[in-house]
Ligand binder design. Structure first.
Ligand code: CP
Length: 284
């Protein structure tokens, strides 16, 4: 696995072997992430953390990881606080950040923004979520969680639930899980089903996802329920959002039908799609 100076734009930038190598390394890094061991392997480096869409987890996780490894961080959280507010292009902004930093982490509302940024950067660019496109680092984390919890991902029965149209995490995750030979079920209202180009691409790679709108069809057989928020901010028409808001809610009553070792995952933030009572169960 040679990832030195490599961009992370899409999970498809990695082979299955690469991902397995990253997951093994992540396991070794857990004590450092918790601050139980110290490693300053990025001493003297600077990370540029550009978050042009709201984030709690991803932004802070990059900052925390950088500081734990001795890397300094410079960041911007508002486009309005950069010279883009004066009409500068993203390409020019990225070139400047690239000149000051050793790596750029970018969250942006437009699909393809990280791919474009990578073209204009000499240093690596990491996609921290590009609109409704993809979220490859979230997928690495999700695979890590599944592997830790289940031992192996091969052959798991995994249901992706909720907003599969606009949900960037499920786009990346479906690609990765296909590499790992998982069995996929897509549970969504018809208007929020997985985009057909993604389904076609998964089929070409040997995955035959089952698509349904009925959560109760899958709860009893799933090994993993991966639940996502219906993303109000991506709907061009608020009336369309209202038609599907609150479609699914995982609570302890529904989970009575589940296998005892089912795990419920969510990339977060959640709104009301998982009841907080689930947090206290073995499924969470
Ligand atoms: N999972 C995730 O991307 O969360 P944030 O939007 O809080 O970063």
């Amino acid at each position: 696995m040679d990832l030195y100076q490599k961009d992370v734009v899409s999970i498809m930038d990695f082979s299955k072997d690469d991902i397995e190598g990253i997951l093994d390394m992540a396991e070794e890094m857990v004590p450092y992430a918790k601050g139980e061991k110290i490693k300053r392997s990025l001493d003297g480096k600077i990370l540029g953390n550009l978050f042009f869409e709201p984030s709690t987890r991803t932004k802070l996780s990059f900052e925390s990881a950088a500081y734990r490894l001795g890397c300094d961080v410079i960041d911007v959280s508002e486009m309005s606080m950069t010279s883009m507010a004066k009409g500068e292009t993203l390409a020019d902004t990225i070139k400047i950040v690239d000149a000051y930093c050793d790596v750029t982490v970018l969250r942006h509302p437009y699909e393809g923004a990280s791919k474009m940024a990578a073209k204009f950067s000499d240093h690596p660019v990491i996609n921290a979520g590009d609109g409704a496109g993809s979220h490859p680092t979230q997928t690495l984390l999700d695979l890590f969680t599944m592997k830790r919890s289940k031992g192996s991902i091969d052959g798991l029965n995994i249901a992706l639930v909720g907003d599969l149209k606009y949900g960037r995490t499920v786009h990346s995750l479906a690609d990765a899980l296909t590499m790992f030979g998982a069995k996929l079920t897509f549970v969504a209202p018809e208007s929020l089903q997985m985009p057909s180009d993604i389904v076609d691409s998964l089929r070409r790679k040997g995955c035959e996802p089952y698509q349904t709108s009925k959560l109760e069809e899958v709860v009893g057989s799933a090994d993993v329920l991966y639940v996502t928020r219906i993303q109000r901010e991506r709907f061009p028409d608020p009336a369309e959002y209202q038609k599907v808001a609150g479609t699914y809610r995982i609570d302890n009553k529904i989970l009575r039908e589940a296998k005892s070792d089912l795990i419920v995952m969510h990339p977060l933030p959640r709104v009301d799609e998982i009841a907080s009572e689930v947090d206290g169960t073995e499924h969470a």
